[in-house]
Design a protein around this ligand. Structure first.
Ligand code: SAM
Length: 262
């Protein structure tokens, strides 16, 4: 039975599983991390061709089900390893080897914490493919000046190039979620790589502060960390008006102000 607490909406429709699979950059011999394999809906399709698939599942019964499958029918699960754990507690640095890929039909309520967690290992990740709530996918892929653009867009675009690959209706899942879904492909590295930022977490904390209160101007959001005169100068140096708002700024403009103020 699906456990709402763990965001369990299984991809019951084989047609949608195959559509997702077609979008993935599968190559022989690579390592894939799967977040929340469930009953193995996509795990067995990911496996094969000498690939290593490390699947992390937080539901003990589901993890045990996959473990039993691997033990009883190893040929049906080639190269699959199952880890019973909360992915947010997993040390992904231990996966080792070359840069790895990530797939997950995520528990929607922890999409943002999972992305933060993954980006800690950005240098070791080649791409991330996640099924998430459509509305969140649109925020991740949004550009400056549109309503959906916010901190989550800048975080994801700092580390990766996001693209919505598929829109998926509720009927593809069992039980169906109340919202529409999308598959998002994030190819690393992102625009942050060219900005010369030495401490990405500190920079992203700064960007988050800029978005703190969306209705406030950037200047007002920044008054907690600097004085008005410095903020004014930094905005002018970045060719921004004194009443600029965070949702209008590109990553490069955030970086210019950050470098002036810190
Ligand atoms: N992969 C399956 C599919 O596509 O049908 C299941 C996807 S279901 C939306 C989310 C899965 O993530 C469930 O199996 C759930 O138990 C698991 N899960 C929830 N929270 C998790 C966490 N913190 N760490 C790892 N897995 C988690």
């Amino acid at each position: 039975m699906a456990r709402q607490r763990l965001g369990q909406h299984f991809l019951g429709d084989i047609g949608w599983r195959k559509k997702i699979l077609k979008t993935l950059p599968l190559a022989p011999g690579e390592t894939w991390l799967e977040i929340g394999p469930g009953h193995g809906e996509l795990t067995q399709l990911l496996a094969g061709d000498g690939r290593r698939v490390v699947a992390i599942e937080a539901d003990g019964n589901l993890a045990a089900g996959i473990r039993a499958g691997i033990e009883n029918e190893p040929d049906a699960w080639p190269g699959v390893e199952i880890i019973y754990s909360d992915v947010l507690q997993a040390d992904l640095g231990k996966l080792g080897g070359e840069r790895f890929h990530v797939y997950g039909n995520l528990p929607y309520y922890i999409t943002s914490p999972i992305l933060h967690h993954l980006f800690q290992w950005a240098a070791q990740i080649a791409s991330i493919h996640i099924v998430i709530q459509l509305e969140v996918a649109q925020r991740i892929a949004a550009h400056p000046g549109v309503r959906d653009y916010g901190y989550l867009s800048t975080l994801c675009q700092f580390y990766a190039q996001p693209k919505i690959s598929l829109r998926i209706p509720p009927g593809a899942f069992r039980p169906p979620p109340k919202v529409h879904s999308a598959l998002v492909a994030l190819t690393l590295p992102g625009d942050g790589a060219a900005l010369g930022i030495s401490d990405p977490p500190e920079f992203l904390e700064f960007v988050q502060r800029c978005f703190d209160q969306k209705r406030k101007t950037l200047r007002n959001n920044l008054l907690e960390i600097s004085d008005d005169a410095h903020i004014h100068e930094a905005l002018a140096a970045a060719a921004l008006r004194p009443d600029a708002r965070a949702e209008q700024l590109s990553l490069a403009q955030f970086a210019a102000i950050f470098q002036q103020l810190t």
